[in-house]
Write a protein that binds this ligand. Structure first.
Ligand code: AMP
Length: 454
């Protein structure tokens, strides 16, 4: 096994790494660090949890250390683009940790907070800018920063940036950086749009892949519980009340759903916090802080928290609702079993989610172990309930839902169908296109259209 000292990193960086207690580089670090120190462009296919942040941050710091010149005003030597504010904060924390024995200046440029302190930080020039694309583009337009002297560009979690609709912005941003730059692209998966981005903006990149996203980490004990939609919340309380649950993330499909589940848990006496794209930056930071320091043991989140968030000691991940995109399942459950620990991932699956479950099992190549009732048993109960309700509706002289009446679809347990359409745009309960208010909010949303869904 390789040692950090063999990779060609400078002494102050090696000292910081050993101060963190790392003895050996992770597989991605062992391959990526020498390639980046050699000046190559690079595509890294890796999920969070593999040590990918240090894999690009350590060589980047090495370059900054070797370059004695000060950054020019309003410029940066290295730019790291990330999809979310949380990941920006996490990356900046890593840079501070690994760069603590050297002088590297950095600025975090994200939406949801006042731009003026960022403008001031950028004015004198910094070594490293960590940015979400929307806010960076604002600063570029206003002339608060320019990228004509940037030598290194990193795109972290590129596929999540694609999901959030950032690719056009990224293309514009990369287009503003001199072509002589070194470009690093990290992504958990390689959809064709990311391939195209790499082809257009990377120069003969080395390609390094570790643990593809379709293979959930083996240390995770995965299972599924078939449950009627209306019974999910009570089942959640019972799952989370188990003494083995130290710290849990519960994933919902919608922001509204996250708030509802959070309220239900609070009522049941389980301290929880909600994290999603409708929360202000302050609320999001508070929720993460309370979860990190153990003040609340449950975080209820949309997929915004499925990537990048590195919190140790998450013993359980509950998929309260299955994600529309099977890859998201892999990202979600990857929040547990980090740093070699084991973890438990429990999926709740109601009758409307069977196809989503099949998609997940196809992607991962694994059948989830069933805990509790088999779907057939439940089906009977659902149909009975559906028939009963239809009879009640008929008695009341109302027009019941046809699907419920013939017992084919819909649990009839107050289940909310997804308010997100397949194109990622939020829809009203009846599937109607969003009207004025959402459109207006969109303007203030750093992540644009798709962010409304998370
Ligand atoms: P990342 O994939 O960048 O989110 O990193 C996942 C976790 O692994 C972080 O908590 C890092 O502190 C930790 N880590 C990174 N590199 C190493 C290493 N070489 N040895 C042990 N832990 C590491």
């Amino acid at each position: 096994m390789k040692q950090f000292s063999e990779l060609g990193l400078a002494e102050p960086i090696l000292r910081a790494v050993s101060g963190e207690g790392y003895t050996n580089p992770t597989p991605i670090q062992a391959e990526v660090i020498p390639a980046l120190l050699g000046g190559q462009d690079l595509i890294g296919i890796a999920q969070t949890g593999t040590g990918k942040t240090a894999a690009y941050v350590l060589p980047l710091l090495n370059t900054i250390l070797a370059d004695k010149r000060r950054a020019a005003p309003k410029s940066c030597k290295a730019l790291i683009l990330v999809p979310t504010r949380e990941l920006a904060k996490q990356v900046s924390d890593s840079i501070r940790t690994y760069g603590r024995n050297m002088r590297a200046s950095l600025a975090v440029v994200v939406g949801g907070v006042k731009p003026s302190p960022q403008v001031r930080a950028l004015a004198q020039g910094v070594d490293i800018v960590i940015a979400t694309p929307g806010r960076l583009e604002d600063h570029l337009r206003n002339g608060a920063v320019k990228l004509d002297r940037t030598q290194i560009a990193v795109l972290d979690e590129a596929d999540q940036m694609l999901d959030l609709g950032f690719i056009p912005a990224i293309r514009r941003i990369l287009g503003a950086i001199p072509a002589t730059r070194q470009t690093v692209l990290l992504s958990a998966t390689m959809p064709k749009q990311i391939r195209a981005l790499a082809k257009d903006f990377l120069n003969a990149p080395a390609e390094i892949a570790v643990t593809p996203a379709s293979k959930p980490i083996e240390l995770i004990d995965q299972s599924v519980r078939f449950v009627n939609a209306g019974a999910k919340r009570d089942m959640l309380v019972s799952v989370l009340s188990d003494a083995s649950v130290e710290r849990a993330i519960v994933f919902t499909r919608t922001k509204h759903g996250a708030d509802k589940v959070c309220r239900h848990l609070e009522k049941a006496g389980l301290g929880s916090a909600a994290l999603h794209g409708n929360k202000s930056q302050g609320q999001r930071e508070r929720a993460l802080k309370e979860f990190r320091n153990g003040k609340v043991k449950v975080l209820v989140a949309t997929d915004i928290a499925a990537r990048g968030i590195d919190i140790d000691g998450i013993s359980h991940v509950v998929n309260f609702e299955l994600p529309n995109v099977p890859e998201s399942y892999v990202h979600r459950i990857g929040r547990t079993a980090r740093a070699g620990a084991s973890g438990v991932a429990i999926a709740f699956c109601d009758s409307s989610e069977r196809k989503l479950l099949r998609d997940i099992e196809r992607l991962t190549g694994q059948k989830l172990a069933v805990v509790g009732d088999e779907p057939a048993q439940l089906e009977g109960a659902e149909h009975d309930a559906g028939a009963q309700r239809a009879a009640q509706n008929r008695n009341r002289g109302r027009n019941g839902n046809r699907n419920n009446r013939n017992g084919k679809r819909g649990s009839g347990h107050g289940q909310q169908r997804s308010t997100q359409a397949s194109d990622g745009a939020p829809r009203g309960p009846g599937g109607a296109k969003p009207k004025g208010r959402w459109k207006r909010n969109k303007r203030f949303n750093d992540r644009g259209r798709a962010a409304a869904a998370v």
